[in-house]
Design a protein around this ligand. Structure first.
Ligand code: HEM
Length: 180
């Protein structure tokens, strides 16, 4: 996993909780390198799982909710770093529809070893979009937070329903609708 995911995660913990708690999390996760991440390095995916588990233990909050909050945080980081790109999409559905073909495609060009999910659009109308998320890393809580963050960015209240695709363990469907 790309180092910036880890550096952003640690920063979120520092600002949402405290730098003492972020340090305690890094110690509790017992990482081989002691938790010194560089943004352009690559680290095993298990390390984010260990950090989240350590944070959940230290705060008493459920791991899924922490990852979801991290997704919302990450979307804010991305939209601050690439404002023109976000401005070029008129609404949340347009942004969500281009993750695979535009956003992650660019990410892959810049970071050939990045590990990205597929986010396929399997349905869309004026009121909703249905996305099929597939990843061996099963980070649906992160996807959910990123989708929520997208709604917040465009100021569009979204109702997001998550379901498992039949016979496909690594696949989750997100039905994202304008809140009535
Ligand atoms: C401008 C917006 C975005 C940027 C720049 C971006 C970039 C990235 C980067 C750099 C990673 C880490 C790759 C790695 O660790 O090797 C990543 C992972 C991921 N992205 Fe995006 N992303 C964006 C929007 C989104 C959106 C809107 C979604 C959800 C619909 C999404 C879903 C995910 C998920 C779930 C992962 C974790 C890896 C996995 O599930 O296998 N991303 N993205």
């Amino acid at each position: 996993m790309l180092g910036m995911v880890f550096t952003e995660f640690v920063e979120m913990v520092e600002s949402a909780f405290s730098s003492e708690l972020a340090d305690a999390m890094l110690v509790a996760a017992k990482l081989p390198h002691g938790g010194s991440y560089t943004a352009v390095g690559y680290y095993p995916h298990e390390e984010i799982v260990r950090l989240v588990a350590a944070l959940a233990r230290l705060t008493g909050e459920p791991a899924e909710g922490l990852v979801q909050a991290f997704g919302r945080h990450l979307l804010k980081v991305f939209s601050t770093a690439h404002p023109a790109f976000f401005a070029s999409k008129v609404n949340a559905f347009d942004l969500l529809a281009c993750v695979d073909a535009e956003i992650h495609r660019e990410v892959r060009k810049l970071y050939p070893d990045s590990q990205l999910p597929t986010i396929e659009v399997i349905g869309r109308d004026a009121q909703s979009i249905t996305l099929q998320y597939r990843s061996p890393r099963s980070m649906e809580a992160l996807a959910l937070g990123l989708i929520e963050g997208t709604g917040l960015h465009y100021g569009t209240p979204l109702t997001i329903t998550q379901s498992k695709a039949r016979d496909a363990d690594d696949t989750t469907l997100f039905h994202v609708a304008l809140t009535e």
